[in-house]
Design a protein around this ligand. Structure first.
Ligand code: PGA
Length: 223
């Protein structure tokens, strides 16, 4: 059985509704339809509903995700977005990104609770790891290795290092753990990462914002 190849776009705190819809209508029709290719778009919550409509109307092969969710269920948690509510719009969640750990004080315990909430809502949780030292919450099957120094700097880790780390993670946690790489991935380097045997895809920030660059990345990925 061919394993899934994940291309996950993390828009972070970018794009108005109009800009998001422009991206979807440009990128959507260009994406290869391939069963094992999982293209996941994680925009801000404020554009989700409109983006979902555009994806559904266009029949585009794009899964929708969030960049974070509440560690709690539905209830009196002002400002939080519960997985049980988000599941009407998305089936995927990035969890424990280093920007959340750094700017919002997220701990490994909180991230483990968030993964539990995501799984109870039948969402796929992608847990971000800064290195081998980051604990992987129980029940996690998808992680992204994202060294902090490689994020947004234009200086990716080497595909060899990333693959070696993925191999070590799989030795520790089993072959069922799918490992992605993230940090300055572009159309120019994506092929090198995804052709490594222990890597199952990429998590992309900056390069996912530009329509032409993202289309290029997805086309290269299936070549
Ligand atoms: P980058 O971000 O691709 O801009 O380096 C990756 C990420 O933060 O997930």
């Amino acid at each position: 059985m061919n394993k899934n190849l994940w291309i996950v776009a993390n828009w972070k705190s970018n794009k108005t509704i109009a800009e998001a819809l422009e991206w979807v209508t440009q990128v959507g029709p260009q994406l290869p339809h391939q069963e094992t290719l999982q293209v996941v778009l994680c925009p801000t919550i404020s554009v989700l509903s409109e983006v979902k409509k555009a994806i559904t109307v266009g029949g585009y092969p794009i899964r929708l995700g969030v960049q974070d969710l509440s560690p709690f269920g539905i209830g009196a948690y002002t400002g939080e977005e519960a997985a049980q509510l988000l599941k009407e719009l998305v089936n995927f969640a990035i969890l424990g990104h280093s920007e959340r750990r750094k700017n919002f004080g997220e701990t490994d315990e909180i991230i483990a609770k968030k993964l539990q909430q995501a799984q109870q809502a039948q969402m796929t949780g992608l847990v971000c790891l800064q290195g081998l030292e980051t604990p992987i919450p129980q029940g996690c099957t998808l992680v992204a290795y994202e060294p902090v120094w490689a994020i947004g700097t234009g200086q990716p880790d080497t595909p060899e290092n990333a693959n070696q780390l993925a191999e070590q993670l799989q030795k520790l946690h089993g072959d069922d753990l799918a490992v992605l790489y993230g940090g300055s991935v572009t159309a120019a380097n994506v092929k090198e990462f995804i052709s490594k045997p222990n890597l199952s895809g990429v998590l992309i920030g900056n390069a996912s914002l530009n329509e032409a660059e993202f289309i290029k990345i997805c086309k290269i990925a299936v070549e």
